[in-house]
Write a protein that binds this ligand. Structure first.
Ligand code: SAM
Ligand code: DTB
Ligand code: SF4
Length: 368
């Protein structure tokens, strides 16, 4: 059995990434079959529990308040609404729910208590539960685990070098710190990135090196193809070629043999044949439903059709002990505040998009 080799060099991984594509897919497919059932697909449903109005300047994100994008903003969703959406998702084959919030970091208080309530409700529904809420402290991660959460998603997004060209309101080291906080709790780690943001192949491999440098490899690795959204600094990026998505998935599969690789955002731009190649290359998980957080996704009927064509069946919820973590007897009294960074360096295209948004808002105000 091939374990994750944490000593891969960047050159070795780049050589894998650059193999002739047919060879690469074959190698990745072999690794995939050693560790995973090639006919099973894990289906997760995303629920955006708090949408838009985010303080950060992530260049890819339609939910950043400073850019003018056409999304519907929403405060934190009521618990009952989340549970009802999850029940619908379970009925159409999802075994996991992933709740996303447009927050920089989790803040202790009413909203966090409401999220813990959602987690308790979902884990009682016999579904795996995942959250992506921004940066978290070790105590917050532990509280989420105690409430029944299984996974925490927090993407490193790209290489440490290219990260500085995309986001200025937090540092790469904050992402790593959060992932290590999550690792210290009983939660499983879900972390990956985005391709198609103008990064080089070197940066794509740099992202994998960033994941390899974690104390343990993530159990789940989402590979997102950028969805360029009008109004964001990356609105003009070309859709990343499907061949790059396949290469990235295959390389991730070989480097992290045991992790689940998820073909995440960007599927509406990938044909059924392209998605089939991604599954051959080792992807075995997707997000279901006609919406991701704010952008479109293929929808249940299309996915069912694809699964039938390919002979894939959705996996059931895993029967394991995670999500049933003992609640600490002695909760710490004084919770240490994490000091998250705010580098604030200049990213021209982020400033440009912010300026454009201000002008649009001014014009809209004048015409109303
Ligand atoms: N606010 C939290 C955070 O940043 O960790 C959670 C939500 S955030 C929207 C989750 C992830 O969605 C990001 O880390 C990024 O990888 C992905 N994402 C956001 N916008 C995207 C886009 N336009 N295309 C592809 N992936 C995107
Ligand atoms: C992940 O890696 N991709 C998902 C999930 N984790 C939270 C989010 C994709 C978001 C795409 C843009 C949007 O719909 O707003
Ligand atoms: Fe906010 Fe997360 Fe979007 Fe960044 S990716 S702007 S932190 S919601």
């Amino acid at each position: 059995m091939t374990e994750t080799n944490q000593n891969w060099t960047k050159e070795e991984i780049l050589d894998i990434y650059n193999k002739p594509l047919m060879e690469l897919i074959y190698e990745a497919s072999k690794v995939h079959r050693e560790h995973h059932d090639p006919l099973k697909i894990q289906v997760s449903k995303l629920i955006s529990i708090k949408t838009g109005g985010c303080s950060e300047d992530c260049g890819y994100c339609p939910q950043a308040a400073r850019y003018h994008t056409n999304i519907e903003k929403n405060d934190l969703m009521p618990v009952e609404e989340v549970l009802s959406k999850a029940a619908d998702a379970k009925a159409t084959g999802s075994s996991r729910v992933c709740m996303g919030a447009a927050w920089r970091n989790v803040q202790d208080g009413e909203d966090f208590e409401q999220v813990l309530e959602m987690v308790r409700g979902l884990s009682a529904m016999e579904m795996e539960v995942c959250c992506t809420l921004g940066m978290v402290t070790e105590n917050q991660a532990t509280r989420l685990a105690e409430a029944g959460l299984h996974y925490y998603n927090h993407n490193i997004d790209t290489s440490e070098e290219y990260y500085k060209d995309v986001i200025s309101t937090r540092g790469f080291e904050d992402r790593i710190k959060t992932l290590e906080n999550v690792r210290k709790s009983a939660l499983k780690v879900c972390s990956g990135g985005i391709i198609g943001m103008g990064e080089s192949d070197n940066d794509r491999i740099g992202m994998l090196m960033g994941l390899l440098a974690l104390s343990n490899p993530p159990e789940s690795i989402p590979i997102n193809a950028l969805v360029p959204v009008e109004g964001t600094p990356l609105e003009g990026q070309e859709i990343v070629p499907v061949w790059d998505v396949v290469r990235m998935i295959a390389t991730t599969r070989i480097v992290f043999p045991k992790s689940t690789v998820r073909l995440s955002a960007g599927r509406t731009e990938i044909s059924k044949e392209g998605q089939a190649l991604c599954f051959m290359a080792g992807a075995s998980s997707i997000f279901a439903g006609d919406k991701l957080l704010t952008t479109p996704n293929p929808g249940d009927n299309e996915d069912m059709q694809l699964f039938n064509i390919l002979g894939l069946t959705p996996t059931e919820k895993k029967k394991d002990n995670t999500g049933k973590v003992k609640i600490r007897k002695n909760q710490p009294n004084a919770i240490e505040e994490e000091k998250w960074s705010r580098p604030g360096h200049t990213i021209e295209r982020n400033l440009e998009a912010t300026k454009k948004a201000k002008e649009i808002r001014r014009e809209l105000k004048e015409t109303n």
